[in-house]
Design a protein around this ligand. Structure first.
Ligand code: ADP
Ligand code: ADP
Ligand code: ZN
Length: 215
């Protein structure tokens, strides 16, 4: 099964992708994670992306499409994938269609997690992740069972993203509504678009998603 999880920053794409991975054996392909890895490694792509990401703007279609084209060719993606954070522009959606046609793959669903703006700012500002395994947490909504110890891997180091501050969130939301929201009609016209209530609690959103994608 090949899915796109769509929605504004903080809507829960990363959190839910990890759960769907576990449940359905698909692999999460997050362009945000790939770009952050490129920035951390100091590669040429990372150097180009760093300032753009810190400002909350979108990295060029050319760079992002190149990264995904390479990643989707890896053997694990053949078992099914969840695209998290891609496509983010109509040009990226069109490029993805080209890649899928070439590989004779199809999209089984494009699911939007709908969440109000005021809630998004709160979610993004309180977000942190386990430095070892990437499990996501939140200062108030999702804390580890044992203070300071990752539920998933026992790690004790956590990190926050450079772009997860209230100011950058505003630019990222603006980029979402201007550049990403237009892909919703694009997929609606193809008959693969679905939406779920991303305001519900984490387990409830997972249930809704399982119903929508698992049938
Ligand atoms: P969030 O999960 O909060 O929406 P991401 O981790 O998906 O954020 O993305 C972080 C940043 O990486 C974005 O603000 C943007 O600068 C860049 N980025 C990620 N995916 C894309 C993409 N498909 N196209 C352009 N830029 C991207
Ligand atoms: P995205 O990948 O779409 O940017 P995340 O999955 O990283 O979003 O979630 C953003 C923050 O909100 C994280 O701190 C996460 O723990 C928290 N979160 C995710 N889903 C929910 C939810 N349904 N209710 C409350 N908090 C949530
Ligand atoms: Zn961990």
């Amino acid at each position: 099964m090949n899915l796109i999880l769509l929605g504004p920053p903080g809507c829960g794409k990363g959190t839910q992708s990890r759960r769907l991975e576990d449940k359905f054996g698909m692999v999460q392909l997050s362009t945000g994670d790939m770009l952050r890895a490129a920035v951390a490694s100091g590669s040429e792509i990372g150097q180009k992306a760093k300032a753009v990401m810190e400002a909350g703007d979108l990295v060029s279609d050319e760079i992002v499409i190149g990264i995904i084209a390479e990643r989707i060719d890896q053997p694990d993606a053949r078992e099914g994938f969840i695209l998290d954070g891609f496509p983010r522009t109509v040009a990226q959606a069109e490029a993805l269609d080209g890649m899928l046609a070439e590989k004779e793959l199809q999209l089984d669903g494009v699911v939007e997690l709908a969440v109000d703006d005021a809630v998004l700012v709160d979610r993004v500002s309180g977000r942190y992740t386990c430095a070892k395994c990437g499990e996501g947490y939140h200062d108030r909504h999702k804390q580890p069972a044992k203070d300071g110890i990752c539920d998933n891997c026992g790690g004790t180091e956590f990190s926050r993203r450079a772009d997860d501050n209230a100011e950058t969130v505003k630019s990222r939301l603006a980029a979402y509504y201007e550049q990403t929201a237009p892909i919703i009609p694009y997929y609606r016209d193809k008959g693969v678009y679905k939406t779920v209530d991303g305001m519900a609690d984490i387990d409830d959103v997972t249930k809704q998603l399982e119903e929508v994608v698992g049938g």
